[in-house]
Write a protein that binds this ligand. Structure first.
Ligand code: SF4
Length: 337
């Protein structure tokens, strides 16, 4: 138990539940807890290409320096740095999801892995993502996407194929750079880029629709035309059918980790980042437009789409699928009959 047998006074809601969560395992700096949960599906704000998000874990061991989701640990009265070291596996998910799906219309898409990675190391042991895929395998007419850096996703190819028979499902594999050293700096505990690309190949060979997302594109670090071009070519060569990414955005909790990292590893960029992100989380103006055009031109060069092409599975259902980038813009939305 994190805080001993009784929670500190004043904690309510998710912060109280987190403080009471029993330890599942503690290894080196990372501790795993079981989080009592009341819900899995979270409704998104209007305008996104999916209506619901599903995150089987809170916290993410991959520890990306730029991670936008660190603020979610603040809801549990924890520090942004705890996000990568205190991982909460949600309890009782199959039962919760079955109940929630009864009230969730078929045309409302579900995105798995929007705030934490569903194939982070914890999944190898605790199988929370697999448990929700098992529930989805019993559904028909739904649209489901998975976003991950974890090559562990290939373990579940059998279930993904099962889901795909009666639903739309596709996998977004995030690869920010092909440079292994840079990836290790930016995403210290995530699988190497070549392992992620191998996962792309295996998914494509299993006829699961898969795309590569270079998210987030980091100004002056991963945004060069040549490196994005190489990444798109590798994506295509490994069987990805789409490629799309958005620019880094920095909420205060993310800045708290990213700026000290930048100061230590890229001190010459510090001033430029401070200027750009001083008063805004999202970059505006000419730069996002330049990146958008760059990505579009690269996609065209390699015949890559901006999102998955729908497969006619359940003709009587209308479904909506789409891909959004990390500046919150919908890059592709398709309705299929
Ligand atoms: S994989 Fe995603 S959720 Fe996990 S630390 Fe990296 S950016 Fe955050």
């Amino acid at each position: 138990m994190l805080f001993g047998d009784s929670p500190p006074p004043g904690l309510v809601g998710i912060a109280r539940l987190a403080s009471l969560s029993p330890t599942l395992q503690a290894k080196r700096t990372v501790e795993y807890f079981e989080l009592p949960s009341r819900s899995l599906l979270n409704r998104t704000r209007p305008g996104l290409p999916f209506t619901w998000t599903a995150n089987p874990y809170r916290g993410c061991e991959f520890a990306c320096k730029y991670c936008y989701a660190r603020y979610t640990h603040e809801f549990m009265a924890q520090e942004p740095e705890d996000f990568e070291n205190r991982i909460y596996a949600k309890a009782n998910l199959p039962h919760i999801l079955r109940q929630e799906l009864r009230k969730t219309p078929l045309h409302e898409p579900i995105a798995i892995g929007t705030a934490t990675d569903p194939y982070q190391p914890a999944e190898r042991q605790f199988l929370r993502t697999r448990s929700i895929l098992e529930v989805l395998a019993g559904e028909a007419g739904r649209s489901v996407s998975i976003t991950t850096k974890g090559d562990l996703v290939t373990r579940d190819i059998d279930l993904l194929q099962q889901i795909q028979r009666k639903n739309q499902i596709w996998v977004n594999i995030t690869v920010t750079t092909l440079n292994t050293k840079l990836a290790r700096l930016l995403e210290p505990r995530a699988p190497r880029p070549d392992l992620r690309l191998n996962a792309v190949r295996q998914l494509a060979e299993a006829a699961i629709r898969v795309g590569v997302c270079p998210n987030p594109i980091l100004p002056l670090i991963t945004d060069q035309e040549a490196s994005l071009d190489r990444l798109a070519k590798a994506a295509k060569d490994h069987g990805a059918s789409y490629f799309g990414g958005g620019i880094l955005f920095l909420m205060p909790a993310s800045k708290q980790v990213f700026f000290p990292f930048l100061q230590a590893e890229f001190p010459r960029l510090m001033r430029k980042y401070e200027e750009r992100y001083r008063s805004q989380a999202y970059l505006k103006g000419a730069y996002p437009q330049i990146i958008r055009e760059r990505i579009n031109a690269i996609r065209e060069r390699y015949g890559l789409g901006s999102g998955p092409v729908p497969i006619p599975t359940v003709p009587e259902e209308r479904q909506q699928i789409g891909l959004f980038d990390e500046i919150g813009k919908i890059t592709n939305t398709i309705r299929v009959r």
